[in-house]
Design a protein around this ligand. Sequence first.
Ligand code: ADP
Ligand code: RBF
Ligand code: MG
Length: 170
Amino acid sequence: MKSLPYFCRGEVIRGFGRGSKELGIPTANFSDSVVDNLPADISTGIYYGWACVGNGDVHKMVMSIGWNPYYKNTKKSMETHVIHTFKEDFYGEVLSVVMVGYIRPERSYDSLEALIAAINNDIEEAKVNLELAEHLKLREDNFFTSTSSTGLATTTTTTASTSQTIMNGH
Ligand code: ADP
Ligand code: RBF
Ligand code: MG
């Protein structure tokens, strides 16, 4: 995939409300503008990379892009599970991510337990792969510290325009 690493940021919106948080795997869903701006060569599936909420710390993440075949969604989503325990929800805040690698395609599972086990495997794979020097250096990228990322979270009007700003091939 020539578009990796892929940098993007946008507002965290309310998702399908299926209680993935109760399963221990909350996923921050991106606004439509981020989903609609994905380059054509970023296929649906599971990715790993780095993520940061507002101007907070950069953490490891796993992301699912697609239609969640297990639930047969009709709307394409981009959902990020940040590998960190947060004190509070961050709906409405700006999430900045860099997707650095692809893990697998999305698929349907026979049970919710099997889906959760697959996601936990993805998390373990992400944790290991992100320790590679070539990936670690992206955590330090200016993308996460630039004033544009820290200035975004203040008003919805700036969020609307900046969430369109896709920084690719950095
Ligand atoms: P929704 O269906 O609204 O996306 P979820 O159950 O997937 O609901 O929970 C997602 C929300 O949980 C995020 O939008 C965010 O505010 C919060 N959250 C708390 N911790 C995390 C985390 N580690 N990763 C992602 N989101 C988190
Ligand atoms: N949903 C699926 O239907 N099939 C999958 O293979 C799948 N893999 C996922 C992998 C990761 C790392 C994450 C964070 C989510 C994945 N999901 C998948 C989405 C999952 O169904 C969704 O987060 C919950 O249903 C909450 O909306
Ligand atoms: Mg979610």
